[in-house]
Ligand binder design. Structure first.
Ligand SMILES: [Zn+2]
Length: 414
């Protein structure tokens, strides 16, 4: 029989000495039905009411007639562990308690890994744990000093060595005198009612939460990120069941990359690096080809324009798909050198829209009224843009056939 402590209301706290106990018998010693919810106080409990960075437990209590009643949450209020229930259960009832074991176990694995990581950092590098919180999938630890990548790797390796050694988590309740003479990690200087959690050779820490029996039950420990934070490091750590789920997710992710790149399982990074290198050279090649294509397009357009008689009332339409706005402007500038009429050049496609530039020589600006022409085009084709008396530019979402449709009467009337 373990020596369990009691709350002020004489509830034996099973979780303090036996974190692995998730099913227990108890008697309701107080029952309340308050506006904020019904709750019971039990003579003994394995439900952890939350604290030390770890969330409270939930689960069920079962009445003598076999009815399962949901324990929605637990909390310490006025020194008593309240079990909030979906419906009241009278005082004096003998019940069976059942903690949501999967959640509790995963939390204890993450929490226990924090003891090892923080203890090793303190032991090997002298830095305190200056901040700590737990999410549903991991623990976050803030250290009092900077650690190198190599030191972080060693911390993780040593934490996993401790797991493989399967060292017991030892719980003790030192007297204030014993506490004063002990070395242990604690955020506050109190020596009364201390509960110490020790892992021989790795950590001694004042802590209120339930723990696994020995380090082997923590499962694998992985530091998943390490960032500089307020003069120290912020480490994110996952262990046990959560580390397994993280591994499965990363494995599936890696399998997808293997399939895409046809790469061996352990060489996805090298294959991806090679792939990224090829992408970069293809991008450079594409840029060069676009330049050359623009040159050819410009030469072809110019050759055609040279054969035409300029008519200021007849806009000359040019469509291309390969030019950006700078390329389009260069093209238009070359065109106005050889052609005296209005140039209306478009680049793009129906799916992504068109960039356009309309231009005319300065001496024809008044007669061409390019801005007036633009207003009609904007209204008809939903275009945006503006410019000067000799050049306007913008974008247009209309399809090519609709743009050509708009230009047809303008061109036919000429
Ligand atoms: Zn702890």
């Amino acid at each position: 029989m373990k020596n369990e402590r009691e709350t002020d209301n004489r509830t034996q706290l099973i979780y303090e000495t036996d974190g692995m106990c998730v099913a227990f018998d108890a008697v309701v010693i107080q029952s309340e039905n308050l506006p904020e919810g019904a709750f019971v106080i039990l003579d003994r409990t394995a439900f952890f009411p939350g604290g030390g960075g770890q969330e409270c437990d939930s689960g069920y209590i079962t009445t003598p007639d076999g009815e399962d009643i949901r324990v929605t949450k637990t909390a310490i209020v006025d020194g008593q562990v309240r079990h909030y229930l979906e419906r009241p259960v009278p005082a004096g009832t003998a019940v069976a308690g059942r903690v949501d074991a999967k959640t509790r176990y995963a939390r204890m694995q993450n929490h226990g890994s924090e003891h090892l990581i923080s203890g090793i950092i303190k032991r090997d590098y002298g830095y305190e744990n200056v901040g700590f919180h737990m999410t549903d999938e991991e623990v976050v630890i803030d250290t009092g000093g900077i650690l190198t990548d190599e030191q972080i790797r060693l911390v993780e390796e040593r934490a996993n060595e401790a797991v493989f050694k399967n060292i017991p988590f030892v719980i003790s309740f030192p007297t204030p005198e014993q506490a004063r003479n002990s070395q242990y990690r604690s955020k506050i200087d109190i020596y009364d009612n201390i509960r110490l959690v020790s892992v021989d050779g790795y950590d001694v820490c004042a802590c209120c939460a339930p723990h696994v029996n020995s380090t082997g039950q923590l499962g694998v420990i992985k530091i998943t990120s390490a960032m500089p934070h307020r003069g120290g490091m912020r480490l994110t750590v996952t262990a046990g069941a959560d580390a397994y789920h993280d591994y499965v997710m990363l494995h599936d992710n890696n399998a997808s990359i293997m399939e895409i790149l046809s790469s061996p399982r352990r060489e996805t990074a090298a294959f991806l690096r090679e792939y990224a290198g090829k992408m970069n050279s293809l991008r450079s090649e594409a840029t060069q080809l676009k330049k050359e294509l623009a040159k050819v397009v410009t030469e072809t357009v110019i050759d055609t324009l040279k054969t035409k008689d300029a008519d200021i009332k007849t806009p000359e339409m040019i469509f291309t798909s390969c030019l950006d706005m700078k390329g389009l402007r260069d093209l238009v500038n070359e065109c106005t050198k050889v052609y005296g009429g209005m140039i209306c050049a478009f680049s793009g496609d129906d799916d992504n829209g068109y960039g356009y530039i309309f231009a005319v020589r300065a001496e024809c600006a008044k007669e061409a009224d390019i801005k007036g022409f633009l207003e009609g085009f904007k209204t008809a084709c939903g275009a945006q843009g503006g410019g000067s008396d000799v050049m306007v530019q913008g974008t247009c979402r209309a399809a090519r056939k609709d743009i050509e449709e708009y230009f047809r009467p303008v061109r036919n009337n000429a």
